[in-house]
Design a binder for this molecule. Sequence first.
Ligand code: FE2
Length: 340
Amino acid sequence: MDTLVDIKDLKIGMYVKLRGDWIRGTDLKKEFFITDPGQLRQLQNLSLRYDKVYVDRDKQWVASHLDDISHPQETAADSETNEPHQSHRFNPQERQIIMERVKSAAADPSMEPGKKAAAVYYSVKELMQELFECPTAEFIKDTKEAVGSLVDMVMEDDEAAHALIQVTQHDFYTYTHSVNVGTLSVCLAKKLFQKDPSHDMREMGAGFFLHDLGKVRVGKEILNKPGRLDEHEMKRMRTHPYQSFKILQETSQLSEECRVITMQHHERADGTGYPLRLVGEQIHDYGRICCIADVYDALTAKRSYKEGMSPFSALKIMRDEMLSHFHKEIFNNFVLLFSK
Ligand SMILES: [Fe+2]
């Protein structure tokens, strides 16, 4: 049902419908879900000429309700299974040493590509482990810095980038999954965008690595549950894209464009994803990239209830049974990452 809503009352999560003549000269589409504050500002600028827009209430997303969900374990979740949790904190000097290690290894032309990739991968993983325990603005900033060094290495050193894909490990932990998805997504983005200066690869890379950060607000009891999630638990789990977005917004980290990665990494091209059930062109390229890497890593990862698939089997299932979920050309480029 379409209702007229004051532009000043619009919120993230609403589905707006605009008249063609209203959006002339802007890059707004005629109909879309509001997914970030940048869109809200663009809509508010329209209010110079118009006070109200149509909102389809049937398509209203639950964002406004998500704020009401309490966050029982905001700093806990580090694992997707009932694996024992080991507390992991570095003091500031230790963290500095790890960050230096990433930076110097990533930029060292004399280091053998396999060693370089391993040094960077494991160091970033250590920082990510800590970040998932304590997602403060300071730790996010440090992690971004380290991810930036990894991105620079991928962009400058083809052999190290390839070695990085080989070195990805699979275990039960959310932070390992995040590093794998981040790594694969950065390599795929390099392939797609080459060195096109209109894409900020460091910023985008941070978005890929931090896409699941919101899981720290889902609650350890849900993330660690060994069996199937019930309906309520699943609903809560599915808030994590929005929670990731919120953490990055609250800590003023990442550009608005790159925060969208967190919101869209579970969207599917055929509209079967979440949280907004976006379709095709409604999904940003960065979200499409992260979605493909995310599915691949989920298939190849071990869980308490399954062994991980081989890369070949995972790519085959994605091609044969899940292709409607992905942007086809981006998926074809993803497959090529493994072809060397
Ligand atoms: Fe996710």
